[in-house]
Design a protein. Structure first.
Length: 497
């Protein structure tokens, strides 16, 4: 872990060279029409840099180049073992630049510097390395043919991949797409969020330095409704992978239908239930996990445990423990290494979160802690972790994704009722249950319609486990070998012997 103090990070921030240009065919370039937008830090309101506001002309250029690069075979036909070496080098370079990447990430979107350094950089480099290391260990299939025929079942790269990613884990979300997309030999165009474009640009530079050929990894910063839409409607993008809101995910399916029927893989929103049964093995552990599940990353997590379902018989005993655990998650200056809750991504998002807090109050949920903006003297955008008790599942704070540190507590009386409440959501990303009863754990886990299920913990998993959602939380899976399916087409070749 780093010994850097807040003053050290401040000094480094002042000296940081920040790049906001697009990255096409291995070179930095302005948007075709020269347009830019200002990148301002939510940490303290400082101006960071001007960022290229790419649009349709840039998408045109990047897609044509990515297609030509793909067809040249310089990456797509490279031996898997060689691609592996380069991807491992890319991951190593990210680790070597960990402090710089972490600082960029924190300044750009507000998360605590200790998390950027301890979670985001290693999480992203691990994803690149894991996929790279896997690619020379995967075999194709030979079908069970008659003796005089040979049937080959092979996986081929799809070609040109557009990856549209959000701002909450900019590097990790980018790496979850890039790992399998690059390992399988595709050319990729990343469209980072306009709220967090900086680390994707830096990652592309490091990829080039590692040996990933020019044109294989391109980055087009800009807005969703301009360059994002142009990529989604493009006739020569083969696959569109997305992480972001359910609203935009639905729009992307329409764009695909209106254009070339490109494959569309979506990781979207969530409203995950964290269910504490009376027979939880340790209520204190459950309370601490409940606070972490909503406060980590300022609650800006698709998997945030935003609905805490508590069995009524233990509720009076359990809630003081939750309140105490929430007190351990105070907002602080994001460049302070001791901070656990940093800045929200921008003023607009703060307004959204405060609007939900008002909705909770108007619906007469009991406000137990937090409920207001804080740290205004920093010039940044911070909110107090907030806890609403005695809510019910029809309230807006129980149904809608707040994407901030706002926890909604709902009591229940039976296992059936807990399952019914948990499944009463348009989302199906994740859930957790706390119980000492093995049968109840398995039965409840089976009954919950979610892509990730945790028992007696919250948010477990690593690169070996697929990640994604049921229902309107999306389709397909990131991470694990299952993610490779999104970036490959299956070909059957039948040979007469
Ligand atoms: P968002 O949907 O607003 O934006 C995501 C990306 O889509 C951005 O790059 C944006 O510029 C782009 N975009 C917006 N409009 C577009 C359009 N018309 N055409 C093409 N692209 C467009 O989401 P956000 O606010 O950046 O991120 C928060 C959301 O991401 C939350 O809903 C969260 O749950 C979700 N998320 C999901 C996962 C997961 O794995 N399921 C992980 C992280 C975040």
């Amino acid at each position: 872990m780093s010994n850097l103090t807040r003053a050290d990070w401040e000094a480094r921030a002042k000296a940081l060279q920040i790049e906001g240009r697009a990255f096409i065919h291995g070179a930095l370039c302005p948007a075709a029409d020269g347009a830019t937008f200002d990148c301002v830090s939510p940490v303290d309101g400082r101006f960071l840099t001007k960022v290229a506001a790419c649009d349709a002309a840039d998408a045109e250029k990047a897609v044509a180049d990515a297609r030509a690069t793909f067809e040249s075979g310089v990456w797509s036909q490279m031996a898997p073992a060689e691609r592996k070496k380069i991807m491992v080098r890319f991951a190593d370079l990210m680790d070597a630049h960990a402090e710089e990447l972490a600082l960029l990430e924190t300044l750009d979107m507000g998360k605590p510097i200790s998390d950027s350094l301890g979670v985001d950089v290693p999480g992203a480099s691990r994803a690149i390395r894991w996929s790279g290391e896997a690619i020379d260990k995967i075999y194709d299939e030979v079908a069970a043919t008659p003796h005089n025929e040979l049937g080959l079942v092979t996986r081929e790269p799809v070609g040109v991949v557009a990856a549209i990613v959000p701002w909450n884990f900019p590097m990790i979300m980018t790496a979850w797409k890039l790992g399998p997309a690059l390992a399988t030999g595709n050319s990729v165009i990343v469209k980072p969020s306009e709220k967090s474009p900086l680390t994707a640009i830096r990652m592309a530079q490091l990829a080039l330095e590692a040996g990933i050929p020019a044109g294989v990894l391109n980055v087009l910063p800009g807005y969703g409704h301009t360059v994002g839409k142009a990529l989604a409607l493009h006739m020569d993008v083969d696959t569109l992978v997305f992480t972001g809101s359910t609203k935009i995910a639905k729009q992307l399916m329409i764009y695909a239908g209106e254009s070339n029927m490109k494959r569309v893989w979506l990781e979207a929103g969530g409203k995950s239930a964290n269910i504490v049964f009376a027979d939880a093995p340790c209520l204190k552990d459950a309370a601490e996990a409940a606070a972490a599940a909503i406060c980590f990353n300022q609650g800006e997590m698709c998997t945030a445990g935003s609905r805490l379902l508590v069995e009524r018989s233990i509720k009076d005993q359990f809630m003081p423990m939750v309140v105490e655990a929430m007190q351990g998650w105070q907002a602080g200056h994001a460049l302070d290494p001791a901070t656990k809750v940093g800045a929200l991504v921008d003023q607009g998002h703060l307004n959204t979160v405060l609007g939900f807090i008002e909705a909770g109050k108007a619906d007469n949920a009991d406000l137990l802690c937090g409920g207001a903006q804080t740290l205004q003297e920093t010039g940044g955008v911070y909110v107090q972790p907030t806890l609403f008790d005695n809510a019910h599942n029809a309230m807006r704070i129980a149904q809608e994704e707040i994407f901030g540190p706002v926890l909604t507590v709902i009591p229940f009386d039976s296992t059936e009722e807990a399952i019914q409440i948990a499944n009463d959501s348009i989302y199906g990303l994740a859930a957790a249950i706390w119980t000492s009863n093995l049968s109840k754990a398995h039965q409840t886990a089976r009954a919950l319609r979610v892509g990730s299920m945790w028992v007696n913990q919250y948010d477990g998993g690593d690169m070996t486990a697929p990640f994604g959602g049921y229902k309107q939380s999306g389709n397909g899976r990131d991470k694990s070998l299952h993610a490779f399916d999104k970036y490959t087409e299956l070909k059957a070749t039948w040979i007469k012997l």
